[in-house]
Design a protein around this ligand. Structure first.
Ligand SMILES: [Zn+2]
Ligand SMILES: [Zn+2]
Length: 119
């Protein structure tokens, strides 16, 4: 497991809006932290909940093209290519969000829509 803490995930979730109420205040429901790395995020405003996937090592093993795409993605802060995937969430049926860290400047940012659909 990567060194991802609940607090870090909650902080990073503040950078995206809730699919329902568009607020950006989320908590991780500690009762639903499964051993396979699946957590549950809950909107503090409307109580909408969504899955958080934290086992990105396993995910990248099952999706072998993901590491290549991550190398091609550029950072919005320093414009250098190459990011690492920290965790991902499925905010709604159509919206998957990846939480990334730039390998050059260590800046963090969310990337909307799925990498599978990335061209
Ligand atoms: Zn909400
Ligand atoms: Zn950067």
């Amino acid at each position: 497991m990567p060194s991802l803490t609940v607090e870090e995930v909650e902080t990073r979730l503040k950078t995206v809006p809730c699919a329902i109420c568009k607020e950006s205040s989320f908590g991780v429901d500690r009762r639903f932290m499964q051993s396979d790395g699946e957590w549950r995020g809950v909107c503090r405003k409307c109580h909408y909940s969504f899955p958080i996937y934290t086992d990105m090592e396993f995910y990248q093993r099952t999706q072998p093209d993901i590491p290549y795409r991550l190398k091609e993605m550029s950072c919005p802060t320093c414009n250098q290519r190459g990011v690492s995937l920290n965790f991902r969430i499925t905010m709604s049926v159509r919206e998957s969000i990846y939480f990334l860290t730039c390998t050059t400047c260590q800046g963090t940012f969310p990337e909307r829509s799925s990498l599978e659909a990335f061209e």
